[in-house]
Design a protein around this ligand. Structure first.
Ligand code: NAI
Ligand code: MG
Length: 292
């Protein structure tokens, strides 16, 4: 059931522009895949745009009462508390990034609220860090990188931007409001459609490309028999399961940059944490099946 008409009625009743609904941000979805959005009613805001909503009248209308966030968090179950903190963090980020720091022009939110773009400078601002490939950022973004194993094989993937023939572990930026474990599970589900069974932290690394990231590396396993992948071609060029022998042989190749042969795949260089994850798995393929 869509709550949009109800929200429009409410905003109209309080003399607000119903266009304000467009400021909503996506914070999750139900088991039935209904999208959940959050909207800042601006009751505590000092800005002239939002200040006109009356808290007491709104409480009467909604038959509830507004509670301090910190107190509310102790009363809610984990799922609702997580939705609330995600909403608060994301809405606060949008509020603080209304203008481009380069051009001074207003930035524009996408529908989901996962980024803002400056139409003038073309800079894309992400809640994780204000980055765009060509614009260096001083802020650090957390990124999870996961080597998935089915007990005998490991899953490697490549993006079209990777050097020819190179395959790596699955990686992705953490979303605001997520734990590392949630980010790992979401990224793997999004990129190859697999549900993870166990996770085990391995190590972390600062990574400078495209901008400062803190790479958090994990091993993960899937249930035997649940290994069919669906490659998300919007994010990856290819992905597949590789045997222990194939990966061990690729690791032994000294200098992949000079040894590219037709059909030969190779792995990220030693410096990359992906290399370390893959090496750990080759030395101990069972490392991903330990309890997290
Ligand atoms: N050190 C290592 O061993 C490795 C490092 N990496 C790094 O992991 C990072 C994340 O991997 P991807 O698969 O590209 O991420 P991803 O799977 O999250 O997809 C990238 C998309 O995420 C969005 N995004 C969200 N926040 C972003 C931000 N702060 N900056 C840029 N894009 C953002 C953009 O829409 C972008 O197109 C890459 O930057 C890559 O350099 C990846 C593999 C190995
Ligand atoms: Mg990725």
């Amino acid at each position: 059931m869509s709550l949009r008409p109800e929200l429009e009625r409410l905003l109209a009743k309080f003399g607000q522009d119903t266009q304000r609904i467009e400021d909503s941000v996506l914070i999750g979805c139900s088991k039935q895949h209904e999208a959940w959005f959050a909207l800042d009613l601006g009751l505590n805001s000092s800005s002239s745009l939002n200040a006109s909503l009356q808290k007491a009248e709104m409480e009467i209308e909604l038959k509830g009462s507004f509670t301090d966030l910190r107190k509310a968090l102790f009363q809610l179950n984990t799922k609702d508390a997580s939705l609330l903190t995600t909403a608060q963090a994301l809405l606060r980020w949008h509020d603080a990034h209304q203008f481009c720091s380069r051009s001074g022009q207003p930035t524009k939110k996408n529908v989901a609220g996962s980024k803002r773009v400056c139409p003038s400078s073309k800079i894309i601002y992400y809640p994780q860090a204000p980055t765009r490939i060509s614009i260096p950022s001083s802020q650090m973004a957390p990124v999870v990188i996961t080597l998935v194993s089915d007990g005998t094989r490991c899953l490697l993937a490549r993006q079209s931007s990777f050097p020819k023939g190179m395959y790596s572990a699955l990686a992705g930026f953490c979303d605001i409001g997520e734990s590392l474990e949630e980010a790992v599970r979401r990224e793997v589900a999004e990129e190859v459609g697999l549900e993870l069974e166990r996770l085990k932290y391995s190590a972390s690394q600062h990574w400078s490309f495209p901008n400062s990231s803190l790479m958090i590396a994990c091993h993960a396993s899937v249930k035997p028999g649940q290994t069919e992948i669906q490659v998300n071609l919007k994010e990856l060029e290819a992905a597949g399961w590789f045997s222990h022998d194939e990966v061990a042989t690729a690791l032994r190749r000294n200098n992949p940059y000079t040894q590219q042969q037709n059909g030969t795949f190779w792995l990220p260089p030693k410096l990359a944490i992906a290399h370390q994850l893959i090496k750990e798995w080759v030395e101990k393929p069972s490392c991903s099946t330990l309890p997290a």
